[in-house]
Write a protein that binds this ligand. Sequence first.
Ligand code: COA
Length: 700
Amino acid sequence: MNGLRSLMQPQSVAVIGASKTPGKIGYAVIENIRTSGYAGEVYPINPKEEEISGYKAYPSILAVGKPIDVAVFCVPAAVSLQVADECGRAGVKHLIVITAGFKEIGPEGRELENKLVQTARQYGMRITGPNNLGIMDTHTPINATFAKNFPIKGNVAFISQSGALCVAILDWSLKRGLGFSQFVSVGNKADLNEADFIEAAAEDPNTKVVCLYLEDVVNGDRFIEAARKATQKVPVIVLKAGNTAAGAKAASSHTGALAGSNTAYDAAMRHAGVIRAATMTELFDLAIAFTTQPIPKGRRTVVVTNSGGPGIVASDAVETNGLIMAHLTDASTEQLRAKLPPTANIHNPIDVVGDAHADRYQIALDTALNDPQVDAAVVLLSPTAVLDIKEAAEITANAGQAHPDKPIVASFMGGEAVEVGVKYLNDHGIPTYPFPEPAIATLRGMLKYRELRDAVAGSSEWTFADVRKDAVKAIFDKVRADGRSLLLGPEAAEVAELYKIPAAPSKLAKSAEEAVAHAEAIGYPVVMKIASPDIMHKTDVGGVKVGLTSKDEVAEAFDSIMAASKKAVPTAKIYGVEVQKMMPKGDELIIGMTKDPTFGPMVAFGSGGILVNLIQDASFRLAKGLSEREVEEMITETKAYTVLKGFRGAQPDDIPALREAIGRVAQLCRDFPEISELDINPVFAYAKGVSALDVKIKLQ
Ligand code: COA
C-alpha cells in the first residue's frame, strides 16, 4: 500500500490533545480508537493527565520513547506547528490533523497550513487533513475519527472531501447494512490527496470498490495516473460536486465556450476508467452492486415480473440505458411454455402473472439464468395476497448463489408488504430498489465499468514522429519577440503544416506586388484577409475578399482591404494581407483545444462553421494520453458523424484523415503547453483528405 499502510494499519497511535472530558473531540477520538477494538499501542498525549480511557498518558509525544506510526491532532491550530515539530523529532510517520483553522479560514490559515506542510516535509511525515474527521479501517480495525459511529466491516472504501457527509453516510450505512473497508476524510488535502487514497484503497485486499465524494482534484495528472491504475483492479466511482460552467464563460475561443470545467471532469474520469455518479443514490447503488454481484458480461438483460405494467417500465428502462432485452433461446421458451400457465408471458419480460406463487419465480429465474443468451436478470415483484414474499426473496437469493457469473438486481415494489422480502434480499447480497429504473441503471453502470476498464487497458497515447517541433518553437519565439500572443493566419497555417495538419496554403503579403506573387505561386482562386491581431471580425470591417481569380483582382483587393481595415480600426497594428488558397467547399467541422486548469489541454471536435456555438455539437477528450480509439470515439459521438458517414447518399468523408488531424492537434498541444487556445474553424472534410481553413493559435 503506497506507504499508507502505516496510516491505515498502524502499529501505534498517539492522540495529541486526548481528553477525559466527554463532548470534546480529544475524548471522542481516543474513545473511538478504544471501542473500535484497535489492537496496537495507544498513547494519549495530555500534559495534565496520567491516564485517559484506560491508557497511560504522556505529557508530550517526546516523552513516549517508542516508535509511533500515527499522531492524531486534537489540539487547537495555534499549537499545531509546535506539536508537528515534536512529532517530527519523535519519528512519527503520519499526522492526522483534525484541527480546523487552516486554509479554509483565509490567508492567515493558508500560511499556517503551508508552514505545517513544511514542518512535515522536513521530517518526512505525511499529513491527512487538516480540517478533517479522521480515518477508519474496519479490518485493522481502527477508528481514528470523532464520528459517532463505526461502520460494519465490509468492502467499500469511501474517500470524502466532506466530513459531514462521512458521518451522515456512516449512520445511514448502519441502517442499510452496508459495510465499509476504509473511511477517509481528506479535509483540506494539504499533503495527501484523493490520488494517494485511491492508490491505497485499490491496493487494500479488503476493498472491492472505491467511492469518492470530491469537490475538486488537487493534481489532474496525478489523479489520472492513480485512477487509471486503480480501475484496472477495482471499480472507482466518483461523485463530483460543484460543477459550474464558470470556466467556459471565461474562455474566449469557440472551443472554450463549448466546454466547461464539468466537461473536463467528464473527460478525465472517462480517460481514467472512473465511473462518474450523478447522485449520492447512484454512487451507493453502484457500490452495493459491485460488492455483491458479478459484473455483467454483456447487455442482454432478462426481466422477470408478476405484473405487466412494471415489466413494461423495466423494458423501457433496459432500452433507454442502452441495454438489450435478451432474446431467450427456443429451448428456454419451450421450457417456460411447459412449466408456466398459458396466461404467462414466456418471452422477455417473463410475466409469471398476478396469481403466481413463489415457485413460478423459481421456474422463470432458473430458465433465464441458465440461458446462454442472458447476461443479467432483473426481478420485479408486486405484492399480491397469494404470493409469499419472503419465499420469493429466498428463491431470488438462491438463484444468485446458483449463478455466480450473472448479476441479479431486484425491485420488490411497495412498502410494508414487501419489507420482509427487501430485508432478506439486502441481507443476502441482492441489490434491491423501490422501483425498476434504478435497478436497471445500476446494471448499466456496472457494465460501463467493464467497458471503461477494458478501454483503458488497451489504450496508449497516439504519437507522431514526423512533426517539426523545433521549427514550431522558432515561430512561437518570433511571435513572442514581436510582442504578440496571437499568431497571424499564415504563421498558424505554417505551424499546422509543420505538424502535418493539412492547412490551406497561406502567405503574408506586405504589398500588392507581393500579394500577386503569392497568388501566382499558390494558384487561383485565392482568398485574401487582413492580417492584424487587433481585428477579430475581419469580414465586418471589409477585411476579407473571396474568389479572386487574377493578378488584377488580387492587386485591387490588397489595396481595398488595407484601406477599409485602416478606416474601420485606425488603431490596429496591421501586418499586411494574408493570401490563402481558396479551397473547395467540404463538410464544415471544428477541431480545437481549450485549457482546463486541473487537467490541462482538452481537444474538441464537432460541427464547425459560423453556427458552432449555436449547434453545440462537440466532443472533448484530454490531449494528454489521447489514444487513437478515443479519437475515433470523439468523432462517432458527434452529430457531425452522420454527415461524415455520407448523409442521404452523399459520398462519405475521409474519416481516417480527420482522425489523424485530431491526433496531431492533440500532440501539438501536448508538445507546447504555452498554447493557451487553438481553434481550427472550419476544417473542410472531403472524400479524400481534410483541409484546415482558419487556424487560430493563441499563446499564453
Ligand atoms: N499537547 C497535548 N495536549 C494539549 C496541548 C499540547 N501541546 N495543548 C493543549 N492540549 C490539551 C488541552 O489541555 C485539552 O485537554 P483537556 O480537555 O484535558 O483540557 C486538549 O488538548 C484539547 O485542547 P483545547 O484547547 O481544549 O481544544 P478543544 O478541544 O476545545 O479544540 C480542536 C481542539 C482541535 C477540536 C479545535 O481546535 C478544532 O479545530 N475544532 C474543529 C474540528 C473540526 O471541525 N474539524 C473538521 C471536521 S470535518
